[in-house]
Design a binder for this molecule. Structure first.
Ligand code: SF4
Ligand code: SF4
Length: 362
């Protein structure tokens, strides 16, 4: 039965499918300490559903198995031997955009929640038909209270690296996870163990020190959190570290040597939107609400809404130090959205400060 589920998952386009017992996660105490230390920042949903997150029986009473699937989002380029990028390579700008910003690799596709969700729903249906009418299942692509990284390691799919993301020996770390909780009993796979060894490249690559120790992320310092999850103003001291990133950060993932095993995306490949990778910041700054919705429809970037993305665009332009962005930033300073206006004002100040510092004789 387990083999049939696995074969069906692979046939649906997933790159991996493994099985774990739906027992409470052993990393629950660390998770609760992380929450108590407020390292989740404003991600209040993690706190609200914490009790469910540490007990799968509260999510699905009678759950026996967690089926964990993974889909690679590596491009062919990332699968070459040079894929083990030096820190910052992920942020290298395109030559085409005059003021290029950078969007994290996972978001250069149609929204993976939708792409994976459609297939996972089909897989859950298959599990239901295999198990019979008594079988109950729930499927989640990020949306459920499941400590998925622990289940991925417990199921042998990969291991949690020092950068706190899952690494597969077959796929590297450019992968997306999703899971099905089911009452159907399926034999668990052997767990994977951590294989970072003495490596600490991801910690060295992190621009903000958000990886405060191996396996410990302070989300409040993480550029992914600051550019996506944080809804309000970005702390002043962290803005310069954002560089030209406008949605997420790939530096710790790009630094990982296990990416030499990256395998080109299958499920995600037809849904690639490469033009999203390094968009022109001035183009983005001119987007209206309708323009934003049209440009990013069906992608994960909609999570920030226009106000969050243009906030980030302002910071990126401020960090670029390019005086040719000043007229557009002056217009943005009068944007009806106060968050955008405030960050535009900051960016103007940064560019002027740099121009003054660069003036001959100073
Ligand atoms: S995503 Fe970027 S900021 Fe966050 S931990 Fe990784 S390298 Fe650091
Ligand atoms: S970069 Fe090194 S330490 Fe970090 S997750 Fe990868 S193998 Fe582990």
């Amino acid at each position: 039965m387990k083999q049939a589920v696995r074969e069906q998952a692979l046939a649906l386009g997933f790159d991996e499918c493994r099985f774990a017992a739906a027992a409470p996660p052993v990393t629950a105490p660390q998770f609760l300490t992380w929450l108590n230390n407020q390292r989740h920042g404003e991600m209040g949903y993690l706190e609200r559903n914490a009790t469910k997150r540490i007990d799968p029986q509260l999510v699905l009473p009678g759950a026996n198995t967690v089926i964990v699937v993974a889909a690679s989002y590596a491009t062919r380029e990332e699968c070459r031997p040079t894929a083990v990028a030096a820190p910052g390579l992920a942020s290298r700008p395109s030559l085409r955009a005059h003021h290029p910003g950078t969007i994290a690799r996972y978001a250069r596709f149609e929204d993976y929640h939708t792409v994976m969700g459609e297939r996972l729903k089909q897989l859950a249906g298959f599990v239901g038909r295999l198990g019979g009418p008594e079988t109950r299942s729930l499927w989640y692509v990020d949306t459920g209270p499941v400590l998925e990284r622990e289940f991925a390691q417990r199921a042998g799919l990969g291991f949690v690296g020092k950068h706190t993301n899952v690494i597969s020996r077959q796929l590297g770390n450019w992968l997306l996870l999703a899971e099905i909780l089911t009452t159907l009993p399926l034999e668990p796979d052997p767990p994977e163990k951590n294989r970072c060894g003495a490596c600490a490249r991801c910690l060295a690559a992190c621009p903000t020190g958000a990886l405060i120790a191996p396996f410990q992320l302070d989300a409040r310092l993480c550029l992914s959190y600051l550019t996506i999850e944080l809804k309000g103003s970005i702390p002043l001291d962290l803005r310069p570290k954002i560089g030209t990133r406008i949605f997420g950060c790939d530096d710790c993932l790009a630094a990982c040597p296990w990416n030499r095993f990256a395998r080109e995306a299958r499920l995600m490949k037809p849904h690639a939107r490469p033009e999203l990778g390094t968009p022109d910041l001035l183009d983005l700054l001119s987007l209206t609400e309708a323009g934003f919705r049209q440009r990013f429809a069906g992608t994960a970037v909609t999570r920030t809404k226009r106000r969050g993305l243009l906030r980030n665009v302002c910071v990126a332009l401020g960090n670029s130090g390019d005086a040719s962005a000043l007229p557009a930033l002056e217009r943005a300073r009068h944007d009806p959205e106060p968050l955008i206006a405030e960050h535009a004002g900051w960016a103007i100040g940064q560019i002027r400060k740099r121009a003054t510092a660069d003036r001959p004789g100073r």
